[in-house]
Design a protein around this ligand. Structure first.
Ligand code: NAP
Ligand code: G4F
Length: 383
């Protein structure tokens, strides 16, 4: 018998990879998507099936985590074996601008799902995965962070997710529900939203190399993150719900890297050597040298002369608007429990993640439409 899963946040990075993964495993996947004035299904268009096709394995429903009636109806109609609650206002910096909405969606949204499952009498049937986050550790109390490390959230986003974490634990203990938290450290991919730091960097480097952009402005380069590949992390979500007993797991690579180092390595991927100088908001990244062979291979010989002219110029600058009122300076996770109990192992390293993202953004930016229009998506100045 094939299983039925409901994924909230199916149009996001993780939702797209998870939907693909579960469909390959034979699941029927239902996804909750928000109504939008523009198409917002780009990440899952390759999985989309026309509603007139019989026995579809991907079915989308309009919905929102702030709408209890809608969530209850969708869960009632789909009777899922597994719910993956991935929907969230997921941008930490934006949560300082929209704290009430973030609390409603990311905090109370979790409660709405738990209550719907309970009220519909599905507590024994439906297993629930909650997308918890390493942001819970915030001002870290222990290095590296593991399941028992005390939380110290540092943003409205993290505080909302803290409520989500504990309400999952509470419903598990109070009603015996199969509800689990995946405490996932940062995970990235070519599908990562363009305003998160890794994607912002790989996208900007591709554009700078192709002569579409002169410079990229960044925030705090000294923060350190534990980055993995989203493909590896959605496998862990599925494994968590296949366990006999619900539990909470840290999913992380165990390696931490500064934003500055990530930028240097991503530039190196196209044969460009950057040099940082200065400090604070006066820090800049200058192009120091170019490996002609690597650049020609990765970008194309026709772009080499123009790129070489940038040697000595500033390609990275700092804009104080990208700093956060309270920062999470260091994240590094210990995923021993997941390794032992779930048998989870990541396949990607930071290096192969960077290669994947750079390759994808170079290809994307080389598309005619991007070159002609100079890229259709203008980054929000404040994100
Ligand atoms: P993402 O790309 O930003 O996707 C978020 C998804 O949630 C999108 O589908 C979005 O819809 C949807 N959404 C937002 N607000 C909603 C609402 N009120 N009602 C219904 N849907 C809503 O995020 P992601 O990187 O895939 O992350 C997935 C989840 O894991 C999130 O909960 C995030 O907080 C958490 N998390 C992520 C990481 C990471 O490093 N990626 C690490 C730890 C935890 P639209 O497409 O319409 O915007
Ligand atoms: O890529 P980020 O925006 O991710 P952040 O804040 O770590 O949050 C992500 O990971 C969390 C898991 O730990 C998730 F829960 C959350 O949903 C999201 O997916 O920023 C990473 C770091 C920060 O320290 C930030 O200050 O990069 C720094 N940074 C420096 N310059 C920048 C920039 N971040 C962004 N977005 N843009 C910049 O220009």
């Amino acid at each position: 018998m094939s299983k039925t899963a409901l994924i909230t946040g199916i149009t996001g990075q993780d939702g797209a990879y998870l939907a693909e993964y579960l469909i390959k495993k034979g699941y029927t996947v239902h996804g909750l998507k928000r109504r939008s004035s523009l198409f917002n299904t780009e990440r899952i268009d390759h999985l989309y099936q026309d509603p007139h096709v019989e026995n579809r394995n991907l079915i989308l429903h309009y919905g929102d985590l702030t709408d209890s009636l809608n969530l209850t109806r969708v869960i009632c109609e789909t009777q899922p074996d597994e719910i993956y609650n991935l929907a969230a206002m997921s941008h930490v910096k934006v949560s300082f601008d929209t704290p009430e909405y973030t609390a409603n969606a990311d905090g109370l949204g979790v409660l709405r799902i738990l209550e719907a499952v309970r009220l519909l009498g599905l507590t024994k049937k439906t297993r629930i995965y909650q997308a918890s986050t390493s942001e819970l550790y915030g001002l870290v109390q222990e290095v590296p962070q593991k399941e028992t490390t005390p939380f110290y959230p540092r943003s409205p986003y993290a505080v909302a997710k803290l409520y989500g974490y504990w309400i999952i634990v509470n419903y598990r203990e109070a009603y015996g529900m199969h509800a689990s938290n995946g405490i996932l450290f940062n995970h990235e991919s070519p599908l990562r939203g363009e305003t998160f730091v890794t994607r912002k960097v790989t996208r900007a480097i591709a554009r700078i190399a192709l002569g579409m952009q002169d410079k990229v402005y960044m925030g705090n380069l000294s923060a350190k993150r534990d980055w993995g590949h989203a493909k590896d992390y959605v496998r862990a979500m599925h494994l968590i719900l296949q366990q006999d007993k619900p539990d909470d797991y840290v999913i992380a690579s165990g390696v931490t890297t500064s934003i500055r180092e990530f930028i240097l390595r991503a530039f190196r991927e196209i044969g460009a050597e950057l040099r940082f100088q200065g400090s604070g908001i006066n820090e800049t990244g200058l192009l120091d040298a170019v490996d002609d062979k690597v650049f020609s291979q990765k970008i194309g010989p026709e772009y080499l002369d123009a790129f070489r002219k940038k040697i000595g110029r500033e390609l990275v600058g700092i804009d104080a608007n990208y700093f956060r009122p309270t920062e999470v300076d260091l994240l590094i996770g210990n995923a021993d429990k997941a390794r032992k109990k779930l048998g989870w192992e990541p396949e990607y390293t930071l290096q192969t993640l960077i290669e994947d993202m750079m390759q994808s953004d170079i290809k994307l930016m080389k598309k005619d439409s991007y070159l002609k229009q100079g890229g259709y998506h203008v980054l929000n100045y404040f994100e």
